[in-house]
Structure formats: structure tokens, C-alpha cells
Design a protein. Structure first.
Length: 240
């Protein structure tokens, strides 16, 4: 990306509150003035195997490539909106601790059991996850979930140990490995509390400790080509 700025002054911001725990979610439509430039950047060097790679230790079911440096700098300009929307009133700054183009590519038969469940990124209460969709609606958006047995919708540090023990036992009992699939709706263990559609140039922001999962549609082929796959930019934002 060569442009000095990409934030659209006419972006449309919608704040939602979902679930029993009243989780704030921000949906920003028409985020970028340089939407096509972002896609072009994702497509650079795509013929080389090193353009997009699987990240070691990353449970994301696909491949990633670092987003442009100035993309992270521009995300920081959203600080006032995010600060008020997520009630980080005492925060003085926001750091982009991770940002990467992401494409879901893992075949259903190759999914690990943990990838068939809603997940959380961190138990920290000071981090947000942001997903910028660079693909069409058909590729699937993002959903938030409630763990039925515990009622948890967010996994805090205090909830972490009991939740991990419970979900491990449940996953084993459910024999998830025998029926691999991407989760896109209610299951025996989880209730979907919100489903947010994918839309080109839409940014969805939610707490990183919220239970969530991408609505990944394997029927579209799970292409690794950014021009034909489920292309997003995934970012983590830390408030301090």
C-alpha cells in the first residue's frame, strides 16, 4: 500500500451488545478507502510458497502473511472509537500487537478437535480482536458463542482453569475427531449468540476473550489464492 491513509471518513459504525454478558461488538462498514490496494498487496508474490504460510503454534485453520506496516498505523487512528465503544476509559493508548492477511485453507478432514470448537484468543480483558473482510459474503463471517454447560461467553483469567478442564472432557466425550466440521451454528456444547455476516471492506471488532469462530464455508473450496479464497486481515489490539 502506497497511500498515506486508508481510513474512510464516511465509514459507518454500528455498536451491538450481545449475549447474557452484554458483550460489545463493533461493526464498521466501508472502513478503507484503499480496499482494492489491500487485496493487491495480499496478492503480491502469491506465486511463491513463502507469500502465505501456516504459523507455528497458531490454531488458525489456514495461512497468513503480514499486513502492511501502515495498515497497523492506520488502525491506531480508531483508538477514540474503540476506547468509547469498549469502555476502555482509563486507557491512554492502543498497540497493534498482531496483524496479518489470513486465508482459511484447512480441509475439514484435517481439522484438529480444538479447531472444531469456538475459541478465545486470550483471557485478557484489555485486548480486542479485529477482522477486516476482503472477501464476499458467501465466504462466511464471524459468530460469537455461549458455552452451554457453564454459561460462559467470555473466558477471563478466573474462568480459564475450570473452563479448560470442562471443555477437554466434553470434547473427548463428543468424539469430535470422528465427525470433523467447521462450526457455523449451535452445537451440543455451544449456543450461537450472534452471527455477523462477511461483507467486503467490513471490520468486525470484539473482545479477544469472547468465545467466537469464523463461519467458514468449505463448499467454496478453501482456496489459498487471496483473490479467490476467504481473505481477511486479522488483528489484535491491546489497550494500556
Amino acid at each position: 500500500m502506497t497511500s498515506a491513509t486508508f481510513l474512510n471518513p464516511a465509514m459507518k459504525v454500528t455498536r451491538l451488545v450481545v449475549g447474557n454478558e452484554r458483550i460489545p461488538v463493533l461493526v464498521i462498514d466501508d472502513l478503507s478507502l484503499n480496499y482494492n490496494e489491500l487485496i493487491a498487496c495480499a496478492c503480491e508474490n502469491v506465486e511463491h510458497n513463502s507469500a502465505f504460510t501456516a504459523c507455528t503454534g497458531d490454531l488458525y485453520p489456514g495461512v497468513r502473511k503480514p499486513s502492511p506496516a501502515n495498515y497497523s498505523e492506520q488502525l491506531k487512528e480508531l483508538f477514540p472509537i474503540l476506547q468509547s465503544s469498549f469502555n476502555f476509559i482509563d486507557s491512554h493508548d492502543m498497540k497493534v500487537i498482531f496483524s496479518a492477511f489470513s486465508i482459511a485453507t484447512t480441509p475439514v478432514t484435517k481439522l484438529r478437535p480444538i479447531q472444531m470448537l469456538p475459541h478465545f484468543d486470550t483471557p485478557s480483558v484489555n485486548q480486542l480482536a479485529a477482522v477486516h473482510f476482503l472477501c464476499a459474503k458467501a465466504y462466511g463471517g464471524t459468530s460469537l458463542y455461549r458455552h452451554k454447560a457453564s454459561g460462559f461467553e467470555r473466558i477471563t483469567q478466573q474462568r480459564l482453569a475450570p473452563y479448560r478442564a470442562m471443555i477437554k472432557q466434553q470434547a473427548i466425550a463428543q468424539r469430535l475427531h470422528e465427525r470433523p466440521r467447521y462450526i457455523t451454528s449451535d452445537t451440543t456444547l455451544f449456543e450461537q449468540i450472534a452471527s455477523l455476516e462477511a461483507k467486503p471492506n467490513r471490520l468486525i471488532v470484539y473482545p479477544s476473550n469472547a468465545l467466537h469462530s469464523g463461519n467458514i464455508n468449505p463448499d467454496l473450496g478453501l482456496s489459498s489464492n487471496p483473490s479467490t479464497g476467504r481473505l481477511t486481515i486479522s488483528s489484535f489490539l491491546a489497550f494500556g
